[in-house]
Design a protein around this ligand. Structure first.
Ligand SMILES: Cc1cc2nc3c(=O)[nH]c(=O)nc-3n(C[C@H](O)[C@H](O)[C@H](O)COP(=O)(O)O)c2cc1C
Length: 311
């Protein structure tokens, strides 16, 4: 079974664990064998250890999770010593999610990260709606993204592809995706947490079923404007039917996040269900990296409710 194509990153299949939602990997491995997944994205790693933000960090709503974790993690050295080796040993395709407080810190982080063996790709977390509240670099404008990605690309060994995880701003997602690819990212992740607030008013992200239609819209828009750019869809994906919607809209692969917190078998189930669906596995994105801006090609979206997949 050949997986979907992202330049430099051979995914086994289109199902990727979303950053921060698979723990260190050990927690998930009993439910979703890591070597059977398309890839495993780590929680976001920073240069120095971070304890994370104050409680409550995650609050359930009727249609998803509101969260502001502050990216708790053991810092780069702790990650390299304790979390990366078991992931590599378990046969995971490891995508390391990274964030930093400044462009300089991004550069230092990936310079050291790039020397570690077993990293399939780096995902730059440009999407956190609560970044500023936690002292992380807040990407608001395209030039912020260009600064970060340019520094990351300069410092990482050429063999490690860079994925840009974009803010899920439906109105500006195409602009952001164009900036990302022009800055050297090989693929974009769209549809991450929407800006929201915890009940006490702190800045947070909203994930889960509530954001799925917004995420699907992001995939559709980017696919139409930048047909040759691999797009990874994320946002409320929990069933094979959800994943197929994203793959039909042009996603090369999908990330599963919130669904895992309710059901840690969700990713394994998705892999099994999509395995019986060649069309979904093939995805619809191109295999070749090519110029970012090209004439749009029609996007096939099913608008006939009678044709909807049962959920
Ligand atoms: C509890 C929780 C923790 C998260 N931690 C991270 C993180 O460390 N880094 C990151 O880039 N995204 C993080 N996310 C966002 C997810 O990776 C994903 O982009 C988002 O939740 C949308 O997908 P979903 O609706 O399937 O959860 C987190 C989400 C949740 C619910």
């Amino acid at each position: 079974m050949s997986g979907p194509q992202i330049p430099g990153l051979a995914l086994r299949n289109p199902v990727i664990i979303a950053a921060g939602c698979g723990g260190t990997g050990r927690e998930l491995a009993a439910y979703s064998p890591l070597d059977a997944l398309g890839a495993f994205t780590t929680r976001t790693i920073t240069l120095n250890p971070r304890p994370g933000g104050p409680a409550p960090r995650v609050v359930e709503t009727p249609s998803g999770l509101v969260h502001s974790t502050g990216c708790p993690n053991p810092g780069l050295e702790g990650f390299l010593a304790t979390e990366l080796p078991p992931l590599v040993q378990a046969g995971a395709r490891v995508v390391v999610s990274v964030a930093a407080a400044s462009v300089q810190e991004y550069a230092e982080l990936v310079r050291r990260l790039g020397r570690a063996p077993g990293i399939a790709a780096v995902e730059v977390n440009l999407s956190a709606p609560d970044a500023a509240a936690h002292g992380l670099f807040d990407v608001r404008e395209p030039f912020h993204m260009t600064s970060v990605l340019t520094a990351v690309l300069r410092e990482l060994p050429a063999g490690i592809p860079v994925l840009a995880k974009l803010r899920p701003d439906v109105l500006r997602v195409v602009e952001a995706a164009r900036t990302a690819v022009e800055s050297g990212a090989v693929a974009v992740v769209v549809g991450g947490p929407q800006p929201a607030a915890l009940p006490d008013g702190r800045a947070a992200g909203l994930s889960g079923p509530a954001v799925r239609p917004l995420a699907l819209r992001c995939v559709t828009e980017v696919r139409a404007a930048l047909p040759s750019l691999p797009v990874i869809g994320a946002g409320g994906i929990g069933t094979a039917a959800d994943a197929r919607d994203f793959l039909r809209a042009g996603a090369t692969a999908v990330q599963v996040g919130t669904a895992l917190l309710h059901d840690p078998t969700a990713a394994a189930r998705l892999v099994a269900e999509l395995a019986s669906d060649d069309a979904a596995l093939a995805g619809t994105a191109p295999a070749e990296p090519s110029p970012p801006v090209r004439p749009s090609r029609p996007v096939q979206i099913n608008t006939d409710p009678s044709q909807e997949q049962p959920r």
